[in-house]
Design a protein around this ligand. Sequence first.
Ligand code: NI
Length: 137
Amino acid sequence: MKVTVHRIAHFNAAHRLYNAEWTDARNAQVFGKCANPNFHGHNYELIVGLTGAIHPETGFVMDMKVLKQVIEDEIEAKFDHKNLNIEVEAFKTLNPTAENIAVIIWQILRAKIDNQLEIEVTLYETPRNFVTYKGTL
Ligand code: NI
């Protein structure tokens, strides 16, 4: 029997979507306002889902206090109020789309959370646009 637990977190961050191989005109055509050279911000909503067995001694899939702390230390502290393109190493060479941010968050969490638990990252870039990533398995 497997159960999924979820934790919601939040961060504000700035980014610019841009492909350095392209002309400014093509960047503007594909990325629209998100190609603005002076960056712009989003209020990102992050939902982390963990699926696994209920531990017989605790009744937990994972202690949510611990999950909360991992998300605070590994994601919020690194992403909140940051310029993602400039201040987050991964996005110096990777376009910080919601898709890529979700994958990077998944990879960071995967290194910190028990391998017995499956991780699903849901990332809202706007209230209407969101992406999900469950890893490559
Ligand atoms: Ni944007």
